[in-house]
Write a protein that binds this ligand. Structure first.
Ligand SMILES: [Zn+2]
Length: 288
């Protein structure tokens, strides 16, 4: 009887150790429901190796993926929101900002960076969805505008990677003004014939879709990303019609002419490099 108890205890202890060791090593894919090794998912840049589902990727990981050797310099890191409306909803806006800053180690929902992409100097802005839903307030607007002006001054192509719930409601009309400010700056980039590539990732909605995300010389998206202006529920309630299946996915938008391409994450860097080669050769030929 004593032997049995001891065996049982060690077995329990063994199972406990096993549980502790394997905890967090495996993840369930949101798309196919299969169990995937966390390391395999990381090595594959958060794309499910079983079904190809593109899981969300944070801003820093995106920049590391696109820049040569994962190396880049960061700009305008000191800009912070002043909470112009002293806004309070279920929480103080200041508290939301503080929580997001702590969680992401960023000052706001974007990283603006410069470096090389397949040997060519580029500027890339990557939005961070985990920071107040990747929303665009004054800081995001100003960081993007400065990146555009930097591209203009240095004649360097610009890439913006969107992941956003839209304009930041806690900054009211001031956040909406960013749409016009960024769009105006992009027009100057266009006039200077400097390429701008917009990459839309899951999700890109609201005022971001309604401004710079759809103003690229090329607008490309990752597979399966949700892209739209208003949410499907609001649209259904407004038009009182059932929406078609797959509405607001990258593939649906490509089919209906809203996007130029849907590109897999693994192919994104080479695709952008090729597109820039094409644009810059085209730009060197004088317009007749
Ligand atoms: Zn999967």
């Amino acid at each position: 009887m004593a032997w049995f108890s001891r065996d049982k205890a060690s077995l329990q202890q063994g199972e406990g150790e096993k549980r502790v060791r394997t905890e967090g090593l495996w993840l369930k894919c949101r798309q196919c429901g299969q169990i995937v090794w966390r390391k395999a998912l990381e090595d594959n840049h958060q794309v499910c190796p079983k079904c190809g589902h593109h899981e969300r990727l944070d801003a820093r990981a995106r920049l590391t993926l696109l820049f040569d050797d994962g190396k880049f310099e960061e700009f305008d890191q000191s800009l912070v929101s002043t909470d112009p409306l002293k806004f309070v909803d279920s929480k103080k806006y200041q508290d939301r900002l503080a929580a997001s800053q702590e969680a992401t180690h960023l000052r706001d929902a974007i990283i603006s960076a410069g470096g090389n992409l397949n040997g060519r100097r580029v500027h890339i802005c990557a939005m961070e969805l985990k920071f107040v839903g990747g929303s665009m307030g004054t800081v995001v607007g100003e960081v993007i505008t400065r990146a555009i002006e930097r591209s203009l001054a240095q004649n360097v192509p610009l890439i913006i990677i969107s992941a956003s719930g839209g304009a930041r409601m806690q900054e009211g009309a001031v956040s909406l003004m960013q749409m016009a400010k960024i769009s105006g700056a992009l027009m100057r980039l266009d006039e200077a014939r400097i390429p701008y590539i917009s990459v839309l990732t899951d999700p890109t909605t609201g005022g971001v879709t309604a401004s710079f995300a759809m103003l690229g010389d090329l607008n490309i998206a990752e597979p399966g990303a949700q892209i739209g202006f208003a949410g499907p529920r609001v649209i259904e309630q407004t038009i009182r019609q059932k929406l078609p299946a797959g509405f607001q996915t990258s593939e649906f938008l490509l089919q209906h002419g809203f996007l130029d391409a849907v590109v897999k994450r693994a192919e994104l860097k080479d695709y952008i490099a090729k597109a820039l080669d094409f644009f810059l050769v085209a730009a060197s030929i004088p317009a007749s």
